[in-house]
Design a protein around this ligand. Structure first.
Ligand code: PHE
Length: 426
């Protein structure tokens, strides 16, 4: 989930016990996407065609965000159509239920209130997304391969940390920011180019740590881990988890929390003690702070037993009707497992080829009908040409796909890959 982390080492492992949760805070959901009339039948699209979206009362037109002929822009329609959906503000949606449960935890465990923000625009400047949180100029996360750029100075936020600095400057000291974040990535059951994060931030003053006799950084790090372990217990009860040391440009020390899920460790959050420079930029000279960023889909997959991240975007009633406001203990009952269809594609790559670009082409054609894209073979011949073979797994979560339909998708993928990615099909 994190793009900023480096290699990890395990430092602790904990098993935790059950705590219940109820009486959650309420937020009303308003549907915010404005749909234009459907395209003529001949142009089949796998996602709604949206002409404009409303984000926090501001209308954003498609042309403001999708510009096919601008090389500094890489936002496809499939991504634009997700802007303004705000799954985190739907009380009966797993993402909204989990957000409310986290609010409840902070409300009942902290005497000093955490302010909540959940309607900040996901369209931010590169300064907010990167510079303000000390992301180095040459960091990979800044590349067009990893981040959606609207133009050279404007991106779709790739993390809720993009709001830390502005909120500090506005004088906020303890806050939770929830929102949709956007990342170009590979395709599998736990990765989707849009997901939801919650950022937590807490500033301490000398009186907080002086009494403890501890050094300020240690004090903040201990408080942070205690807070997040308590949150994990509040949400999951008995679940196996472990802390992993890591690196983020904006915190030191930095940690990740992983949870054991479906026979593997799943990273669910990144956190750490905020770099002093970030506090100084906002006039906080004598303070220390902690911050965390939670991946809400990942938490919800573990909590509700949701096997595939695409399901969060489904409006199939067999999915949506299984969840209720404030109902945290529900386990999702898969309503079907339709057969997958495997298609392989091989090509000679060029220097500019990246897997993220390939996945975006596949997603642009097949939308949520693509379940996974896997590199299954790679070799370099004597002339130095490199060949990749990818296996695309097509599977709908809602119905059986016909052979004809899948062949049609695959043939479009072949055409488009050749046209857009400068590769030579084999
Ligand atoms: N912004 C980080 C990410 O998305 C998570 C994080 C937030 C880490 C705050 C540390 C502090 O990967």
């Amino acid at each position: 989930m994190t793009i900023f982390s480096a290699q990890s080492t395990i430092i602790t492992r904990a098993s935790v016990a059950l705590l219940s949760s109820n009486g959650l805070k309420r937020f009303s959901f308003s549907s915010t996407a404005l749909y234009s009339p459907p395209l003529p039948k001949t142009k089949k699209r796998r996602f709604p065609i949206v002409s404009a979206v409303d984000i926090g009362g501001v209308t954003i037109a498609r042309n403001d965000v999708v510009r096919e002929d601008d090389p500094t822009n890489n936002v496809p329609d499939s991504i634009f159509s997700k802007l303004g959906m705000q799954l985190h503000r739907r009380d009966k949606h797993p993402i909204g239920i989990i957000k409310n449960a986290i609010y409840h935890y902070f409300d009942s465990n902290y005497a000093k209130k955490f302010e909540t923000f959940e309607d900040l625009s996901p369209i931010v400047t590169t300064k907010q997304n990167f510079d303000d949180v000390l992301v180095p100029a040459d960091h990979v996360s800044r590349s067009l391969n990893d981040t959606y750029y609207v133009d050279s100075q404007t991106v779709l936020r790739c993390h809720t940390s993009a709001h830390q600095a502005e909120l500090l400057r506005e004088g906020h000291r303890r806050f939770l920011v929830t929102g949709d974040v956007y990342r170009r990535d590979s395709i599998d059951s736990t990765h989707y180019p849009v997901f939801h994060q919650m950022e937590g931030f807490c500033v301490f003053s000398p009186e907080d740590w002086n009494e403890s006799g501890k050094d300020s950084t240690l004090y903040a790090a201990e408080d942070l881990k205690k807070c997040l372990e308590g949150l994990a217990r509040h949400l999951f009860g008995a679940v196996e988890m472990r802390w992993v040391d890591t690196y983020f440009p904006f915190t030191e020390p930095s940690f990740e929390l992983e949870i054991y899920f479906k026979e593997d460790w799943l990273e669910v959050l990144g956190c750490g003690v905020t770099e002093q420079r970030i506090l100084k930029q906002s006039g906080l000279e004598n303070n220390v702070a902690w911050a965390f960023g939670l991946g809400l889909e990942r938490l919800a997959m573990v909590l509700f037993d949701i096997p595939d991240i695409r399901l969060f975007w489904s409006d199939d009633e067999r999915f949506t009707s299984q969840f209720g406001k404030g109902e945290l203990g529900v386990k999702f009952k898969p309503f079907s497992k339709y057969p997958p269809c495997y298609k392989d594609i091989s090509f000679w790559i060029s220097e500019s080829f990246t897997e993220n670009n390939f996945c975006e082409v596949v997603r642009g054609i097949a939308g949520d009908l693509v379940e996974e894209v896997k590199l299954i073979d790679s070799f370099t011949n004597k002339k130095g040409m490199t060949s990749h073979c990818y296996r695309i797994v097509f599977r709908s979560m809602e119905r059986s796909l016909t052979d004809e339909e899948v062949n049609d998708l695959q043939s479009k993928v072949r055409d488009e890959v050749q046209r857009k990615l400068n590769v030579e099909l084999r």
